[in-house]
Design a protein. Structure first.
Lengths: 109, 114
């Protein structure tokens, strides 16, 4: 099955950029996602990218996809304290969605 | 537009007791998912419904877990009897249909088995 790997923790200063990384194993993944989970809440879909794209920008969020290296990243510009949460990478292929273990982002004032 | 609704939000039970979770998907969404999220992990699919049909239940432990979606709208997930290892968050998600790549999640039910 698909393996999705993420680093567990990231700490940044308010106003800096955050980069959260993800690697996956299945090259047939068609859609790749970033979800945000705040304490006690479900997963909020932040953004996604099709596998035939290499970049997608949405306001402060930039997703980069390197298909050759099976590497996905999420860059958050001007990180705010409200961005503190757990960020999940997920990959989708043929009705099967696989999630990483999540990266806990801590934003220090 | 209302999101995915789940209840209860929290449940504490003793082991060997039964428990049930309820989910109401976004209106018009035909596909419904139940996920299990263990502490420090990402969600893992338990079962997927297309309307009232369970089309993928390969990861559902059928000896103690059951689910239903009788009218193709809301759904119930049951555990009987519960074990200590079942303590986790149970997430429900929905999508427009099986071809839709956008899944929307509810807030989850946090189950604690003592």
């Amino acid at each position: 099955g698909e393996d999705v790997e993420q680093s567990l923790f990231l700490s940044v200063r308010e106003g800096d950029s955050s980069v959260i990384n993800c690697t996956y194993t299945d090259s047939s993944s068609t859609y790749l996602y970033w979800y945000k989970q705040e304490p006690g809440a479900g997963l909020q879909l932040l953004t996604y990218i099709f596998s035939n794209m290499d970049m997608k920008q949405d306001q402060r969020l930039t997703v980069l996809l390197n298909k050759k290296d099976k590497h996905l990243s999420l860059r958050i510009a001007d990180t705010q304290t409200g961005d503190s949460a757990i960020y999940f990478c997920a990959v989708y292929d043929n009705n099967d969605m696989r999630f990483g273990a999540g990266t806990r982002l801590t934003v220090k004032p | 537009e209302a999101g995915v609704v789940q209840s209860p939000r929290y449940k504490i039970i003793e082991k060997k007791q039964p428990v049930a979770f309820w989910c109401n998907p976004i209106s018009g969404h035909n596909t419904l998912y139940w996920y299990l999220q263990n502490l420090g992990q990402g969600p893992e699919l338990l079962i997927r419904y297309e309307n009232e049909e369970a089309v993928d239940d390969s990861q559902l432990p059928k000896d103690r877990f059951s689910a239903e979606r009788l009218k193709g709208v809301d759904s119930t997930l049951k555990i009987q009897p519960a074990e200590l290892g079942d303590s986790a968050v149970y997430l429900c998600a929905s999508s427009l249909d099986h071809t839709s790549y956008e899944q929307y999640f509810g807030p989850g039910t946090r189950l604690t088995v003592t």
